[in-house]
Design a binder for this molecule. Structure first.
Ligand code: ZN
Length: 74
C-alpha cells in the first residue's frame, strides 16, 4: 500500500484567467507541485469551459490525513 497525499491547488486558467481550486491525490514521492509553476490538465478542467488546458499554480495546500468526512462521497 502506497501512501497517498491529497493536495488542493489554487489554479488560474492561462487562457481566460478564471481562478478555481482542484484537489489531487498523489504518491508522496511524486508530489512536486510548486507555486508559480504551470500545470497542464485536460481541456475540460477550466470551470469557465474556455478550452484552455494550461493553468498556473497560485497556491497549494497539502492535506496530510483524512480525519474527516466531507460528504457522502468521502
Ligand atoms: Zn479558462
Amino acid at each position: 500500500m502506497s501512501l497517498m497525499v491529497r493536495v488542493v491547488l489554487e489554479l488560474r486558467c492561462v487562457k481566460c484567467a478564471v481562478k478555481f481550486e482542484r484537489s489531487f491525490e498523489e504518491r508522496r514521492r511524486q508530489l512536486n507541485y510548486s507555486e508559480g509553476e504551470m500545470l497542464q490538465l485536460d481541456e475540460k478542467a477550466c470551470p469557465n469551459h474556455c478550452g484552455g488546458d494550461w493553468f498556473s499554480i497560485e497556491k497549494q495546500h497539502p492535506i496530510r490525513k483524512f480525519k474527516r468526512r466531507f460528504g457522502p462521497d468521502a
